[in-house]
Design a protein around this ligand. Sequence first.
Ligand code: BGP
Length: 461
Amino acid sequence: MNHDFLWGGATASYQCEGAWKEDDKVKSMWDHYLHEENLENGDIASDHYHRYEEDIRMMAEGGQNSYRFSLSWPRIIKNKEGDVNEKGIEFYHKILDTCKKYGIEPFVTIYHWDLPQYWEETGGWLNEEVCYAYQHYAKVCFDNFKDKITHWVTFNEPKWFICSGYLIGNYPPAHQNPQETIKAAFHVMYANALGVKAFREGNYPGNIGIVHSFTPVNGIDDTVETKIAMRYADNYCNNWILDTAAKGEIPIDLLTALSKIYDISFIKPKHLKTIKENTVDFLGLNYYSRTLVKPYTEGETVLIVNHKGKESKGESKVILKGWFEQVLHDPNMTYTEWDTEIYPKGLQEGLIEVYQRYHLPIYITENGVGVQEDVSVDQVQDDYRIAFMNDHINAIMNAMDEGVDVKGYYAWSSFDLYSWKNGCKKRYGLVAVDFEDNLKRKPKKSYYWYKEMIQNNGKTI
Ligand code: BGP
């Protein structure tokens, strides 16, 4: 194991910062949506905005050498004209200086879903103008933080926020429209290329990548029908992000299938040229589980929503009928409280496949398990989290033994925070945050286990 390996935890601005309108921050689409719908929100969240020093110190004391977090667009850019909020810039300088003070390497996501509401009101990711606004915002970040950040991420999980926001409808802007999904997805991948372009043109130090919600695809058997279903599923789940960002090419069979039913005339040669010329330096993979598929039979392609025990067929939507069907529950497998299959082997296999396909360095940018926990105790005894992380880290080590270039691992999450649509009850943190008792921080058992594992250079149980 290489001593430059990055070990840390991850968070996202909306999920942990709170201070939703402090220091001239404007509203994000999540602020707007959760307030309108009267749902539990991240107005305060873990109050990282005021407690970042304590949080980062605890990372260092926990043996971690890196912190993955995101910058908030509505904290940094005040309006559609692109004016910069200096107080937002100052806040992230404080975070970055604190990282430096404690020997923590920052790994920074430019966009983790909190689009400014003023852009959402112009059509959000359906509006090509937002791609250029993203490029401007990215440039502001590069210019201001170039001396303090060398690991940059353009986007967190395009598939997850686009499909949830435009197809399934459980995230803002809560539409259910396949045609819009395709357009918004394309715009995000175009904006990714524009971000990379700005980075290259400015000659900034460091590297830039994209983070993908990776679900390797497995089939229920070896029949030709299942293999065809797997290809569709892989295009839907993975390839439109990874091929486009890493090779500069949208999978041709996907475009052909889509063009038979949908209008894709908004894709112009100038976009494809920018995409082709601006590929990423590395891939970040968030791994929670795999996608198990079977051939399409009848009804609609099922997409999993956070449904906690309930079949989600009624809520699902399709882009193309007949692509594939997802196996929601296999009685032989183990699932989390939120019905996510626990499948570490998928990470080992998936890493080998992704590395063979793209030959780019890989970071595991999120991995963890969401559980309801009683945090009023002195120490949360989260042996299930230790087992989960142990088995997944072990899978990574096996893939590295087979030659895969993995450069870092980030637990989701550094400390308890707001889980999209689940509120604060779905806890992932290595450190407990007591939302009932003054947001007090208390390391869980897994925090100490992680520390020891890092000190032993990745040695699992
Ligand atoms: C990823 C996101 C994170 C985080 C995590 C857990 O998709 O990048 O922001 O929330 O999943 O998801 P959830 O909170 O919905 O359980």
